[in-house]
Design a protein around this ligand. Structure first.
Ligand code: B16
Ligand code: MG
Length: 216
């Protein structure tokens, strides 16, 4: 039987979730919108334009479509600046060993990130070749919590969704995995990711037994 593990990127493989937060914080200040870590929790796993709309809802200013495009590009410039210096040392501890163990145990490996910067981040982490398929966010019509991105990766890997496990740090991402008909491992507290089937504090804490138990 073909089996697969499909990983989110930001906040699961590396700490780019923090860089997204820093970039949104800078943008929020520029539009006089209140923004903090708590509000950022609702943006995790959410695509760029939807995230921007949520921040602008708290701004006293109004922006037309063209101005919004400009603001989204500005946030992305802040983000790209922050990720310039990432190196393979920024991969979360235990992740390279987990990927190797899964590979040698016959699992297919995929990445389901809605970030349009995912390919660049994976290159800088020197992880591109570890995965059998990396979704291209530019080709995904429906962002998380829609299951489209996880179903796309499962199809590309040639594995039935029920034989895939998804790994996510965001509530919208866990919802997308479950809607795709896959069991989900939540990286974070059970209270923040209530729809997951198993929880770990860090991705490197995932054991192959946890995955096998979820697939029986
Ligand atoms: P970009 P993931 C998501 O990536 C991030 O969690 C989210 O904060 C970000 O807004 C989104 O990607 C879009 O990223 O602006 O780089 O296209 O968690 O799905 O890996
Ligand atoms: Mg994430």
């Amino acid at each position: 039987m073909n089996r697969a593990v499909i990983f989110d990127l930001d906040g699961v493989i590396t700490d780019t979730a923090e860089f997204h937060f820093q970039a949104w914080l800078q943008l929020a200040r520029e539009v006089d919108a209140p923004f903090d870590r708590q509000m950022n929790e609702d943006l995790k796993g959410i695509d760029r334009m939807t995230s921007l709309a949520r921040i602008l809802a708290h701004s006293p200013h109004r922006f037309d479509a063209q101005q919004r495009d400009g603001l989204a590009a500005r946030k992305n410039t802040h983000y790209q600046h922050l990720i310039e210096g990432i190196t393979p040392q920024d991969v979360f501890p235990g992740v390279p060993a987990l990927l190797s163990t899964l590979q040698t145990s016959g699992y297919r490996l995929g990445v389901a990130s809605v970030s349009k910067n995912a390919a660049v981040v994976l290159e800088r982490l020197a992880l591109t070749s570890q995965f059998d398929f990396i979704a291209d966010a530019n080709r995904i019509q429906n962002p998380k919590p829609d299951p489209e991105i996880f179903l796309t990766v499962a199809k590309a890997l040639g594995v039935e969704p029920r034989h895939c496990v998804g790994v996510e740090d965001a509530a919208a991402g866990v919802e997308a995995i479950r809607a795709a008909g896959m069991p989900a491992i939540g990286v974070g507290p059970r209270s923040a990711l209530p729809l997951a089937n198993h929880w770990v504090d860090r991705t490197g804490d995932i054991r192959i037994n946890d995955i096998e138990r979820l697939l029986v």
